[in-house]
Design a protein around this ligand. Structure first.
Ligand code: IPE
Ligand code: IPE
Ligand code: MG
Length: 235
């Protein structure tokens, strides 16, 4: 079986999963965060080198205050757990998204986690927090404009590669496979530039129920695809 090098996941359905059990949405988020740990481990065991998960979007601030608060609390705790996990399994962690919109203490924990894991040679694990693809591209364009003003960038030097290098995902290969759980079939402002030639897979299960077996099913479906990049069939 061909294993995709980079898998991106829109982990969706925590709320519905909890509701179906007669539990509060935040219980679903807590279970969902535990499942991220499991899937990181399984992904690496399967041979996946890059995993990028969508944890909190730039649009998710519109949720009720108590849910946003609970999600931020969870992220705070998760950064601590992730620091220990990364030490154990050698993951290299990077947070993508606008960190300036996050509370100071969360930013400190993110810095700590990125710094401590930077030299690791295991799974490259990207967490999208306060991430929106349109926001990412606007931030990239502003930095490009500033570099041009400073004489560091010429208009004629702007290529797809240059633009990519200004994105939060600079240096990370584009995803080969995108998975969205919970049946919804939209991108919700996730990696719009990076997913240009990615294969999409939609799983019916809610994120807390997305197991190793579900991940294998997604990879099997990916293997049945006839990938093209505008040309003829890739052998
Ligand atoms: C995904 O689950 C987690 C986040 C977006 C933070 P949801 O909270 O979107 O769960 P549903 O889609 O409402 O069921
Ligand atoms: C996308 O899920 C964002 C994350 C998974 C963090 P949402 O549940 O917020 O997306 P919509 O609102 O259904 O499009
Ligand atoms: Mg959702």
């Amino acid at each position: 079986m061909k294993i995709p090098q980079h898998v991106a996941i829109i982990l969706d359905g925590n709320g519905r999963w909890a509701k179906a059990k007669g539990m509060p949405r935040n219980y679903g988020h807590a279970q969902g965060s535990k499942n991220v740990e499991t899937i990181c481990r399984e992904a690496w065991n399967l041979g996946i080198k890059y995993l990028t998960v969508y944890a909190f979007s730039t649009e998710n601030w519109k949720r009720p205050d108590d849910e946003v608060e609970a999600l931020m609390k969870l992220l705070r705790n998760y950064m601590k757990t992730c620091l220990k996990t990364a030490e154990k399994n050698h993951m290299k962690v990077r947070v993508i998204g606008d960190k300036t919109g996050l509370d100071e203490d969360i930013r400190t924990r993110i810095d700590e986690l990125e710094r401590a894991s930077a030299g690791n040679d295991g799974l490259n694990f990207q967490i999208a927090i306060n991430y929106g693809s349109r926001d990412e591209m606007i931030r990239a364009m502003k930095r490009m404009a500033a570099d041009r003003d400073a004489g560091k960038l010429e208009i004629d030097d702007i290529t797809e590669e240059t633009f990519s290098s200004y994105l939060d995902t600079a240096g990370i290969p584009d995803p080969d496979l995108l998975i969205r759980t919970s049946g919804e079939q939209r991108l919700s402002n996730y990696l719009l530039w990076q997913l240009a030639y990615t294969e999409f897979y939609f799983a019916d299960v809610h994120w807390p129920d997305f197991t190793k077996e579900e991940l294998v099913k997604a990879i099997e479906a990916y293997n049945r695809r006839d990938r093209r990049y505008g040309g003829v069939r890739e052998e």
